[in-house]
Ligand binder design. Structure first.
Ligand code: C2O
Ligand code: CU
Length: 551
């Protein structure tokens, strides 16, 4: 593959949205940041110059980085932060990904401003598995906070209060016509009648699964998370934070005009108490040509309402891998490690200025993750003890039954730790995530694994049943491949992957609220037997972990 070079300059930049101004850390003064454009199999060197006020790392979401966890990015997992005033060059290695992915900061909530799209084009000789589109468009869905969200979150985590809600969503950096002081800058996508476009949609929102639709235009979803799908023809999509979708859109409306593209939070659980915005974020799809536009663009009537759980399930159930000759499916069939992981919101008791307080917490198998002071990767690679333990619980004491009247004690008050799971090279792994209602205070969980994509072989409502669910409902023929899967709060998902990428890889919920409260763990995949199957040598320069006392 080819080699590309990018410079990312991170600097506090002034933005005005929703009638007020603030400084925010972004890349190259733009929101969203620059697009990284490659062909399948290329390598990209990104030199990150941190000219901000605090340490930052950047993650290349969905890029497998074979044998190269050193450039994966999550802070205290694979590296320590790039300190203010210094720089670090990531080597981002593309292998089999094709389609849309994205990059974002992976420290605190900095990703609210530090994110952008990655476009991976197919090789010239293979091309797209659908007719060559006439054009391309990238829409990045994000969250806007009027305040300094990083500072607010840091305070909230310290004193135990809930983290801030966004003030609006944004499409390519803009809240759109329906929000205050925003109409002049609503994002516009200009199209020509009769042409078909490849729309690359990224959900970079901090805490919200989103419905998205374009008024009077059908969407044909052909890709998800950098893998191709059997085309799904739909009037709306549901996209989780972290996910990326490739969608064909034909500008086929003979009434040339302006049409709203709109996104709205999907939250079936507690719409009054979430990021749900009173008004929808919009952008405008605008036909080129000579006509007098109506004063108000048409709003998509197909956009589901925020509590519409049926439409979410109906959409995600239709996703299937393309599974043709050029895009074969290899679902692991000889599972060597089966894990059952309960995903819960909990409370935790802690000492705050001499008094005992309780606050929200999040956990996997009742362990709430605590970052070590030296990254797990370095500690593992250099055999340094005291930074993590290898006893992530495979199974909770009993399969969690969330329909029981009273939750078992162990799930309410979670324990804390830096407990990782170690896998042998090439193990065939199945994981069942079980959503719980330990505290009846959470949304679906977009669960994301670094370094891999996985096959989502099954999902369902209620408690997972090991006796009947695998036999009755697993799809091993053409399950969709994802790097982020939405786990229903009151349900389960089952996924499989082969542990063929040695390294240290983070698993986490892609809602930043939950990530901050510990809804993550780490998988260490050991080296294979040859140099070609082992973790690469670290780059000569990694940001140092100045405070490296054991936890
Ligand atoms: Cu999109 Cu751990 O990241
Ligand atoms: Cu979550």
């Amino acid at each position: 593959g080819d080699v590309h070079f990018y410079d990312f300059v991170l600097r506090e930049t002034n933005f005005t949205r929703l009638c007020s101004s603030k400084n925010m850390l972004v890349v190259n003064e733009s929101l969203p940041g620059p697009v990284i454009r490659v062909t399948k199999g290329d390598t990209v060197f990104v030199n990150v110059h941190n000219q901000g006020d605090y340490g930052v790392t950047i993650h290349w979401h969905g890029v497998h980085q074979p044998r190269n966890p050193w450039s994966d990015g999550p802070e205290y997992i694979t590296q320590c932060p790039i300190e203010a005033g210094s720089n670090f060059t990531y080597e981002v290695i593309f292998s089999d990904e094709e389609g849309t992915l994205w990059w974002h900061a992976h420290s605190d909530w900095t990703r609210a401003g530090v994110h952008g799209a990655i476009v991976v084009m197919p090789n010239n000789d293979t091309g797209f598995p659908f007719p060559q589109p006439d054009g391309e468009e990238i829409l990045v869905l994000g969250s806007w906070y009027k305040g300094d969200v990083n500072a607010e979150v840091a305070e909230d985590l310290e004193d135990g209060s809930d983290t801030p809600r966004s003030d609006s969503y944004i499409i390519n950096g803009q809240p759109g016509d329906l929000l205050p002081c925003s109409a002049e800058n609503t994002y516009r996508w200009q199209v020509d009648y009769g042409k078909t476009y490849l729309l690359r949609l990224v959900n970079a929102a901090m805490n919200a699964e989103l419905y998205f639709a374009i008024a009077q235009h059908v969407l044909t979803v052909v890709g998800l998370d950098g893998s191709y799908l059997k085309p799904v023809v739909t009037e709306y999509v549901m996209i989780s934070p972290g996910q990326t979708m490739d969608i064909l859109v034909t500008a086929n409306q003979t009434r040339l005009g302006r049409y709203y593209m709109a996104a709205r939070q999907f939250d079936s659980v507690r719409p009054d108490d979430t990021d749900y915005d009173q008004t929808n974020v919009t952008a405008i799809l605008e036909y080129r040509g000579n006509y007098t536009p109506t004063s108000t663009p048409i709003f998509p009537s197909s956009l589901p309402t925020y509590e519409d759980i049926k439409s979410a399930i109906y959409f995600t159930d239709r996703l299937r891998s393309l599974a043709d000759q050029d895009h074969p499916v290899n679902v692991p069939k000889n599972i060597t490690t089966m894990m059952y992981i309960s995903v819960a919101m909990n409370s935790i008791t802690f000492d705050y200025e001499g008094t005992s307080r309780s606050s929200l917490s999040s956990s996997l198998n009742n362990v709430s993750w605590v970052n070590p002071t030296t990254d797990v990767l370095l500690a593992y690679y250099r055999n340094m003890s005291g930074f993590y333990t290898t006893d992530f619980p495979d199974f909770p004491p009993t399969l969690y039954n969330f329909t029981a009247d009273t939750a078992p004690d162990y799930t309410t008050d979670t324990s804390q730790g830096t407990r990782v799971k170690v896998l042998d090279y090439n193990e065939e792994v199945e994981i069942v995530f079980q959503g719980t209602t330990v505290l009846d205070a959470s949304e679906d969980h977009p669960m994301h694994l670094h370094g891999y994509t996985f096959y989502v072989v099954g999902s369902g409502a209620g408690n997972f049943d090991n006796e009947t669910d695998p036999a009755n409902s697993y799809n091993l023929v053409d399950p969709p491949k994802m790097n982020t899967v939405s786990l229903p709060k009151r349900g389960w998902v089952a996924l499989r992957f082969k542990a063929s990428n040695p390294g240290v890889w983070l698993w986490h919920c892609h809602l930043d609220r939950h990530l901050s409260w510990g809804m993550n763990t780490v998988f260490i995949v050991k080296n294979g037997n040859t140099p070609e199957t082992s973790i690469r040598e670290p780059p000569t320069y990694m940001p140092s972990c100045e405070a490296s006392s054991p936890i």
